[in-house]
Design a protein around this ligand. Structure first.
Ligand SMILES: CC(C)(COP(=O)(O)OP(=O)(O)OC[C@H]1O[C@@H](n2cnc3c(N)ncnc32)[C@H](O)[C@@H]1O)[C@@H](O)C(=O)NCCC(=O)NCCS
Ligand SMILES: Nc1ncnc2c1ncn2[C@@H]1O[C@H](COP(=O)(O)OP(=O)(O)OP(=O)(O)O)[C@@H](O)[C@H]1O
Length: 300
């Protein structure tokens, strides 16, 4: 499952580049699902705490979302009215959620990921004028997605149904998936990308670098998946445990790996898993694969 290689730009039509961005978004979701061992999440070892999910379901879900990401990219290429584009993305995002639920038999495999990757795909497409995917800086891409996320979604002006995420945000007075995007994905910018790149630089394998990036996200994220299932005590356990793994040298060090497995046991006991952090890791891999400021030499 290798990263769809970026074609020589002169051969790309706008249609091709929208498809290529969508392929990269799907690739990022697949890489996140396959990455192992992720504490208490679905991975190649098993289901973690998710009795209703398994690896093949995550991969099927990623595949069914690809055409929606392509439509989001195409919408961004063809619209010069930001308000119209935001409305269109909301529509496509909800269609993508419906397709996901139809594919998985009603299981929420990727709701948060559709939101983050949808916005990032659209922002990347805005940088692909005339069909050329311009290699941009990650800050620019994250800020572009944030600008879109801050625009009003007309479908939500009059009614917004309560979600697990919004209920957790209110109950614990924290910000959730919506604010994470509106603020320019601070956990991607400040924790995940720097950790991914510093791990690579010190010679960690790509798998270890990605696991360390996931843990870096966990150290600061107010993950509403964890809050909904295990409350503030569960979130503290996650954040402290992730900090501990990184302080012990990360997942590539023996002490760090032991701490990671210990964290997993704690999360399993709490029935908690960091789905929001997993979504942001997929978004991180997508941004990293597109941006000129990466330093990766990927082993696939
Ligand atoms: C914004 C969304 C994610 C709503 O999120 P909300 O916080 O209300 O909670 P909900 O329980 O529906 O989903 C939250 C999901 O986000 C992820 N998540 C949890 N915590 C966080 C966090 N702090 N940061 C980022 N992601 C998180 C998890 O995967 C979780 O399952 C989304 O459902 C939405 O509004 N979709 C509409 C479609 C749309 O506008 N799309 C446009 C761009 S594609
Ligand atoms: N590898 C993964 N394993 C599990 N969840 C993941 C993974 N990658 C991303 N996620 C995210 O985690 C979320 C699922 O978490 P969770 O099961 O707590 O949510 P829910 O369906 O809203 O709640 P519940 O299962 O309690 O009804 C999905 O929206 C998905 O985006």
């Amino acid at each position: 499952m290798s990263l769809p290689s970026l074609q020589p730009v002169s051969r790309l039509t706008p249609h091709d580049s929208a498809r290529q961005l969508a392929a990269s978004a799907r690739w990022a979701l697949e890489q996140e699902a396959l990455l192992s061992p992720k504490p208490a999440l679905v991975d190649q070892r098993g289901q973690g705490v998710h009795s209703d999910m398994h690896l093949q379901l995550m991969l099927d879900s990623a595949r069914c979302l690809e055409p929606y990401f392509a439509q989001m990219a195409a919408a961004a290429q063809h619209s010069d009215n930001p308000l119209y584009l935001r409305a269109r993305l909301g529509l496509l995002g909800r269609e993508a959620e419906a397709a996901m639920l139809a594919t998985t038999g009603g299981v929420n495999t990727h709701r948060g990921a559709i939101w983050a990757l949808g916005l990032l795909t659209a922002a990347a497409a805005q940088h692909s004028a005339d069909g050329l995917i311009t290699r941009t800086h990650s800050d620019q891409l994250l800020h572009g997605a944030a600008r879109l996320a801050r625009l009003p979604d007309p479908a939500l002006l009059h009614q917004r149904s309560a979600s697990k995420g919004s209920t957790a945000c209110q109950r614990y007075a924290v910000s959730g998936a919506r604010e994470q995007a509106q603020q320019g994905f601070p956990q991607i910018q400040q924790q995940a990308l720097p950790q991914l790149r510093s791990s690579r630089q010190r010679g960690d394998s790509e798998t270890i670098a990605r696991l360390n990036a996931l843990l870096a996200i966990m150290t600061h994220l107010s993950d509403t998946c964890v809050l909904s299932r295990a409350g503030m005590a569960g979130l503290r356990t996650l954040q402290t445990g992730a900090q501990q793994v990184l302080a012990l040298g990360g997942c590539g060090a023996l002490a760090g790996r032991r701490a990671l497995l210990q964290l997993e046991q704690q999360l399993l006991a709490l029935n908690a898993s960091a789905g929001g952090a997993a979504d942001l890791l997929a978004a991180t891999l997508f941004v990293d694969s597109l941006c000129a400021d990466n330093n990766n030499d990927k082993e696939q």
